[in-house]
Design a protein around this ligand. Structure first.
Ligand code: FES
Ligand code: FE2
Length: 402
């Protein structure tokens, strides 16, 4: 039976933890608040250490809190992060996504900075500022940066936030044995989608949508063990899904995939969602990392990185690249099916004016099709935002301590 206008706007007959109000995906004010209360207080992956291997290598990063940032390896080999903003008149310092620079010189009035963020030169400084302004007063804004959990460079805008280790807790424990050897990024691409960043993270947090994936439907879902995979939630909104073996050769002409990954069972799969928008996805022979960077309430840039082991032989690397790109990367169909799903949600929600609901109500003993992952995320989202995901426009409370 279809529903009329009044019925359409009625709340679902489920507990309030089991649905969300779609305005959390579309409202501009909520988005600004998320930047301030979530993205500017959480640890975020900016890049991987293998992307800045040498002294003075840098990589720019569009921080989801809104600030442009760059990561640079110093002459002491330490990796640091800075606002990519000139302290003089606020110009962007580095435009290229990657490069190597012994000194960073602003194109506007030629002030220079070194790899530790110190100002090393103010052009015609004494003539213009006499002794009223010291180079020490105009260094770059350093952002906390730590390398960890597989060699990723994490940043946190909040100088008072907990350590990265405290933030992650045990959430990446399942992956720990698989990340003992140094990794290396061999693939990077990004997708910009007109949808809310949480819808992408939601899709990485529920596997009921395996019905959308042709290959998963005809292989993974048919295999014993698929419905036994457990979803586990951790403090700070993170969640993991345990391993199962997938016979990818079922749609690969029967060819056996010999190349595995140290610490992972053959054909294994471990996925960890890190709050608020990062996913580790280790499958068979390749690690894929997704990082969601919201550009507005209904626009997200998703960065995808494929990683292998630094110790790979050329043959092993070629196989990992092939596995990644033809199955889980840009030339496979899974990724595009996922993107199609969240693109459709963005299309449906962008002009929505009457309140509607998105249901997160499946309960299947915390196994793979249980929507506990999304519910776990929104409990943390609500705690940090001081808002309820099912009633976001109710008067907001002060956000919980980060
Ligand atoms: S804005 Fe950078 S030197 Fe003036
Ligand atoms: Fe998917």
């Amino acid at each position: 039976m279809s529903r009329n206008a009044a019925q359409w706007t009625q709340k679902p007959k489920l507990p309030s933890t089991h649905y969300v109000d779609t305005r959390i995906y579309t409202d501009e004010q909520i988005f600004r608040e998320e930047q301030e209360k979530i993205f500017n207080q959480c640890w975020i992956i900016a890049c991987h250490e293998s992307e800045v291997p040498n002294p003075y290598d840098y990589r720019t990063f569009n921080h989801p809190g809104g600030e442009p940032i760059f990561i640079m390896r110093g002459d002491d080999m330490k990796v640091r992060a800075f606002y990519n903003i000139c302290p003089h008149r606020g110009n962007i310092l580095l435009y290229d996504p990657v490069g190597n620079a012994k000194r960073v010189t602003c194109i506007f009035h030629a002030w220079s900075f070194d790899c530790k963020g110190s100002c090393t030169d103010i052009s015609r400084g004494t003539e213009g500022y006499q002794n009223r302004l010291s180079k020490d007063d105009v260094g770059l804004r350093e952002v906390r940066a730590e390398i960890g959990f597989g060699g990723f460079v994490w940043v946190n805008i909040d100088d008072g936030a907990c350590t990265l280790k405290e933030y992650i807790g045990d959430a990446l424990g399942l992956l720990e044995p698989t990340m003992e050897q140094p990794m290396e990024v061999f693939h990077y691409h990004k997708a910009i989608v007109n949808t809310n960043y949480k819808l992408w993270h939601d899709t990485n947090s529920e596997f009921y949508h395996d019905y959308m994936h042709y290959f998963n439907r005809i292989t993974g879902m048919m295999q014993p063990g698929y419905f036994d995979r457990k979803y586990v939630g951790y403090p700070n909104g993170h969640a993991s899904v345990g391993s199962m073996s997938i016979k990818y050769d079922a749609y690969d002409g029967g060819e056996q995939r010999g190349l595995g990954w140290p610490g992972l069972a053959p054909g294994g799969w471990i996925l960890v969602d890190v709050f608020p928008g990062m996913t580790y996805n280790l499958r068979t022979s390749v690690m894929r990392i997704d990082t969601s960077i919201p550009l507005g309430p209904n626009k997200v840039m998703i960065e995808f990185r494929g990683l292998g082991l630094k110790s790979d032989t050329p043959e092993q690397r070629a196989e990992r690249i092939r596995d990644h790109n033809t199955i889980w990367g840009p030339f496979g169909r899974n990724l595009h099916e996922d993107l199609l799903g969240v693109h459709g949600q963005g299309l449906a929600m962008r002009e929505m004016t009457d309140s509607k609901w998105v249901i997160h109500g499946r309960e299947e003993s915390s196994t793979i099709h249980d929507e506990i992952g999304m519910r776990h995320f929104y409990a943390e989202w609500g705690r940090r935002m001081g808002r309820k995901a099912y009633d976001p426009m109710a008067e907001s409370r002060p956000a919980a301590a980060a």
